[in-house]
Design a protein around this ligand. Structure first.
Ligand code: NAP
Ligand SMILES: CC(C)=CCC[C@@H](C)[C@H]1CC[C@H]2C3=C(CC[C@]12C)[C@@]1(C)CC[C@H](O)C(C)(C)[C@@H]1CC3
Length: 620
């Protein structure tokens, strides 16, 4: 069977109809999916849509508009206008003005959301002659409004008429279906047939997304560097003087890395956590809507899991189990975990090759085996209801981190003949325990984070969750075992205050965003201002998210500082987490910035203009 030729080519400038209206805007063709027969186009404000061929026209069929031709938006605005246009001038706003005007109290905006019939991006709309005639006759008033110029801003249109309703299901605004807070305005499952949604998912997953982490070469580098770095830290921290001047640490014989019993313990630990995860205790929480419109269910019983784990460990210690084994076999335990994370990543890579397109993440499809293996391609790999990514991120490594810290406290007592751990060790243990317990208590909030919503599950996260977190986040506690650092009372008090301030910012900001994403009409958030976006989702622009663009990172960084301070300043090694964390969060922030720019177009630009700093107010 021969396929009909593709009418529009990648890079063509054409006119694309805006969903639910008779308006056409100049768009650029980005891709065509032969399976779904949908074109991906990009509007001038950066919003991407998938359109059918019948909703695309070549520019030739459109009335030339002298006002918009070959003039920059700036020049157009400053141009003198005909008297006939003066009545419209007030709404011929600059992009910034429109978006600024669109910053509304969330109470108002959520009320407005429920009345919305359409969300419109104003991008120099142009109509076909036919449509214009009709409009002239039927909707004179509306036509007036539609003709107004506005090049890049998103605008929420409250006044659209019935026509959009019948059109809506034919268009696919990418990301709409994974929007949590767009229900009233956007998510109309009955209008979007399942088949259509699947096709959108399929198209989205085949689009190439920009490569992260230094691209293909970067992936090779990270694959080798990350495990090597873990071993470097583990070998270094054991030394009496773990300073950089003693680099590189002497390499032990290869056999020293391996211990079958250690592998057995790691497997047992993971199975134990898996058993707790599947135990039908606790809430079944809904994830954010996927591209297919589906919402997965997650068993969020993390707090139950850590409590049962703590009781089990306490009982084992009581029975005489020597947990200092973890300190003395750290290297072998790390090797065993690395092996498991590699095997898991191979499994994940293979199954992602057979996964349905709508189950894939938007990254990890470069076609390069190493990059895709590293980045991960399947969004939510599951064995029946067992969600591998969620489980790995929240259970064995995270709870294992606390177990290892506790073992380090016991090792410190044993090594120095103490009746109780040192103050520094207690602080590090309690601070990090609080962080983990909080994460598990608010486990549902993880469902609105980048990793869960957008990232595929591959080596990076599998290794990060099973090796990186338990074996490098425990460096401070490990360091303190052989490098005691007595703390004065004022120092101790200052560190505790720092931790609490950081924790407060972290928790409040994460909860605010999570509550808003889950229910934007939440009355507790009615005092907050928001910016509507073309996807139907809004952005918080006051409250914590109006202070900086990532207030949660700020709180996290303050806490990280409080974790390193108890170790003193004699070595750089216990500061490793702080340094790594700054790099990680700065990189995550810029990754998120470009993702959000792609998703929200000029609304995101407006958010960035309103909230100028990324993580630290007035600094960064
Ligand atoms: N300890 C560690 O190793 C570690 C590592 C990384 C992260 N973390 C912590 O994990 C938590 C989650 O971090 P994350 O990196 O996933 O990022 P995040 O800040 O939780 O999520 C970013 C997402 O939030 C939404 N968003 C951004 N600005 C918004 C606004 N103004 N209003 C409403 N929604 C907005 C956007 O998603 P949508 O618009 O699509 O909803 C954006 O993609 C953070 O607290 C972070 O500190 C810890
Ligand atoms: C391999 C490397 C260098 C990176 C992998 C990153 C990975 C270790 C982190 C990515 C997201 C992080 C995260 C937490 C732990 C570390 C990550 C998985 C988190 C579960 C820690 C506890 C918090 O309360 C949290 C907010 C739930 C965290 C969510 C993000």
């Amino acid at each position: 069977m021969t396929m009909p030729p593709v009418k529009y080519q990648r890079g063509d400038m054409v006119m694309g109809r805006w969903p639910g209206s008779s308006l056409y805007y100049e768009v650029k063709v980005l891709a065509f999916d032969s399976k779904s027969q949908l074109y991906t186009v990009i509007y001038k404000d950066g919003t991407e849509l998938e359109l059918k061929e019948q909703d695309i026209k070549s520019t030739a069929g459109f009335q030339p508009r002298s006002r918009s031709r070959s003039r920059s938006p700036g020049r157009r605005r400053s141009r003198s206008r005909s008297p006939a246009r003066t009545t419209r001038r007030s709404s011929s706003r600059t992009a910034a003005a429109v978006a600024a005007a669109a910053i509304t109290d969330s109470a108002v905006s959520s009320r407005r959301d429920t009345r919305l019939k359409d969300v419109e991006v104003m991008l120099s709309p142009v109509q076909t002659k036919e449509a214009e005639n009709n409009s002239n006759n039927r909707h004179e008033k509306k036509e007036e409004k539609q003709k107004e110029e506005n090049n890049t801003a998103n605008k929420v249109n409250e006044t659209t008429e019935a026509e959009p309703e019948k059109n809506q299901g034919r268009y696919n605004l990418r990301r709409r279906k994974d929007d949590g807070d767009a229900k009233p305005a956007e998510t109309r499952p009955e209008q979007l047939e399942e088949k259509e949604a699947k096709r959108v998912g399929a198209l989205a997953s085949t689009l190439s997304t920009p490569l992260d982490f230094g691209g293909k070469i970067g992936a090779y580098f990270w694959l080798l560097f990350l495990p090597a770095w873990v071993f470097f830290l583990v070998l270094q921290v054991n030394r009496e003087d773990p300073s950089l001047t003693n680099f590189p640490p002497p390499l032990p014989p290869l056999e020293a890395f391996w211990d079958a019993q250690a592998l057995g313990f790691v497997i047992l630990w993971i199975l134990f956590q898996a058993l707790l995860y599947v135990t039908p205790v606790g809430k079944l929480s809904e994830g954010m809507p996927l591209r297919s419109g589906e919402r997965l269910k997650y068993r969020t019983n993390g707090f139950f899991a850590i409590v049962v784990s703590a009781i089990t460990v306490a009982a084992a210690v009581h029975q005489g189990v020597d947990l200092t084994y973890i300190h003395s076999h750290f290297l072998q335990l790390a090797t065993a975990s690395l092996l498991i994370s590699i095997l898991l990543s191979v499994y994940l890579y293979i199954r992602s090759r057979y996964a349905a397109p709508e189950q894939l993440a938007l990254g990890g499809n470069s076609g390069n085996v190493v990059y895709d293996f590293f980045k991960g391609h399947e969004l939510n790999p599951r064995i029946k209801n067992f969600d591998l990514k969620f489980f790995c991120e929240m259970r064995p490594g995270l709870i294992g981190w606390c177990l290892i810290n506790f073992a380090m406290a016991l090792a410190e007592m044993k090594q120095h003949g103490l009746d109780a751990p040192s103050n520094s060790m207690i602080l590090v243990n309690l601070f990090q325990l609080l962080y983990v317990v909080d994460g598990l208590w608010n486990e549902e909030a993880i469902l609105t984070t980048m990793d869960l919503m957008h990232d595929g599950f591959g080596f990076m996260l599998a290794f990060g969750d099973l090796v990186w977190v338990p074996f490098t986040y425990t460096m401070q506690a490990y360091y303190l075992v052989s490098h005691p650092n007595p703390l004065s009372l004022p120092a101790l008090a200052a560190i505790v205050i720092l931790k609490l301030v950081g924790f407060y910012i972290f928790r409040k900001s994460n909860s605010e965003k999570n509550a808003f994403r889950r229910n934007p009409a939440d009355p507790r958030l009615s005092h907050l201002k928001t910016i509507p976006t073309a996807t139907g989702k809004s952005l918080l622009v006051s409250g914590w998210w109006g202070v900086v663009r990532h207030p949660n990172y700020l709180g996290d960084l303050l806490m990280a500082l409080a974790w390193s301070l108890p170790c003193g300043f004699s070595h750089l090694l216990p500061w490793y987490y702080m340094i790594y964390f700054i790099i990680l969060l700065v990189h995550r922030d810029s990754r998120d910035m470009s993702d959000c720019r792609r998703k929200y177009g000029s609304a995101w630009d407006e958010y960035c203009r309103t909230v100028r700093y990324r993580i630290i107010p007035r600094v960064y």
